[in-house]
Design a protein around this ligand. Structure first.
Ligand code: FAD
Length: 259
């Protein structure tokens, strides 16, 4: 089974800062693997360990420093990784990002059976990239996945979170899965993993390596743009009340409203 993992490097902070072009400021901020993608990696490696013939390739579209997260994935048990990186890809929205990733998967992996993404990236947070890759590749898709529970004759069985519980779904491959936080934790790499990652050669592919025109990538290939980005107004501190009983609480609340 050919498994492809899509992972994104995100700022290691909840305090997202914006550039004057309304894009996320990445300079001067520590970066990490998007937390949901850590579960995608763990899920892919677990599946590979169950099957005899699985090969896992990890891919990220981003600047050259994203090589770091690809190496980390290799240290966790992924077989190989490549970066999709070119100045012409800058300013991509989710359509152009998924189009570029899908083209790179087709060109550099060939007939993938399974693509695993995270459900959301903590910075952009659209949750559009995985489903959009599925659409570009014409694959089935399952979102909000918590676990892969079985694989038989080209069909994966997965557990998917829904509003009031968990559904079990059978999905025929090829498919894209978007992973949530799982009930298991991503593994810590062992020393052999660090050595493998240190020696791994991460190929970087640009515009000339994928079958897309300059009009289909980056800002030119993006039908959406961020016209405005702003922080919601900070709310006032409020007032803490410490009533002795519910009756007093109701009275204090009434007095507060009537003030
Ligand atoms: P989500 O869709 O929430 O991510 C879900 C999953 O998709 C992730 O967990 C991961 O598995 C996968 N995934 C997402 N992104 C990648 C990736 N790059 N590589 C591999 N897997 C991935 N961002 C910039 O960094 N620089 C820019 O200049 C820039 N310009 C933009 C301009 C516009 C007009 C818009 C709308 C967005 C721009 N962005 C830019 C943001 C960029 O489009 C998104 O970061 C990207 O499309 C992914 O969307 P998301 O962050 O919402 O990820």
């Amino acid at each position: 089974m050919k498994i492809v993992l899509c992972i994104k490097q995100v700022p290691d902070t909840a305090d997202i800062k914006w550039t004057e072009n309304n894009t996320i400021q990445r300079e001067g901020v520590e970066s990490v693997i998007n937390p949901f993608d850590m579960y995608a990696i763990e899920t892919a490696v677990r599946l590979k360990e169950k099957l005899n013939d699985a090969h896992v390739t990890v891919v990220s579209m981003g600047p050259p420093q994203a090589e770091e997260i690809l190496k980390k994935a290799v240290s966790m048990g992924v077989d190989e990784g490549f970066l999709v990186s070119d100045r012409k890809f800058a300013g991509a929205d989710t359509v152009a990002t998924s189009r570029t990733l899908a083209a790179a998967i087709k060109e550099k992996v060939g007939d993938a059976d399974l693509v695993i993404c995270g459900q959301f990236a903590t910075d952009g947070d659209t949750a559009q990239t995985g489903p959009s890759i599925a659409q570009q590749l014409n694959f089935a898709q399952v979102t909000y996945v918590k676990e892969i529970t079985d694989y038989k004759d080209g069909v994966l069985t997965v557990k998917k979170e829904v509003e009031d519980g968990v559904e079990t779904i059978d999905v025929k491959l090829p498919a894209v899965l978007c992973m949530l936080k799982c009930d298991y934790e991503p593994r810590r790499p062992l020393i052999q993993g660090f050595v493998k990652a240190h020696d791994a050669k991460i190929q970087s592919y640009g515009m000339d390596d994928i079958k897309l025109s300059p009009e289909e990538v980056g800002m030119k290939g993006s039908p959406t743009y961020v016209s405005k980005a702003f922080r919601p107004e900070q709310k006032q501190g409020g007032e803490v009340i410490t009533p002795k009983n519910p009756q007093e609480a109701a009275k204090m609340l009434k007095d507060f409203i009537n003030r």
